[in-house]
Design a binder for this molecule. Structure first.
Ligand code: SF4
Length: 51
C-alpha cells in the first residue's frame, strides 16, 4: 500500500516520471502478470525493448 502511495506522489511531482514498464518488452498482459504492471518502478524481470 505504502509503495503505491509513494509512487503516486513521485509521479505527481515528476521527480521520477519513468515507469519501467513503459520501455519493457513484456508490457502486455500475456507476457507479464505482475501486479505492479504497468507502473513498476523496480522489477527483476525488466527487459528493455518496449515502445
Ligand atoms: S516485466 Fe516488470 S517492467 Fe516488464 S512489464 Fe512486467 S512489471 Fe513491467
Amino acid at each position: 500500500m505504502w509503495w503505491h502511495v509513494k509512487n503516486l506522489f513521485r509521479r505527481i511531482l515528476l521527480l521520477d516520471p519513468e515507469f519501467l514498464c513503459d520501455t519493457c518488452k513484456y508490457d502486455y498482459p500475456r507476457a507479464c502478470t505482475r501486479p505492479e504492471r504497468p507502473n513498476a518502478m523496480r522489477c527483476p524481470d525488466y527487459r528493455k525493448g518496449g515502445k
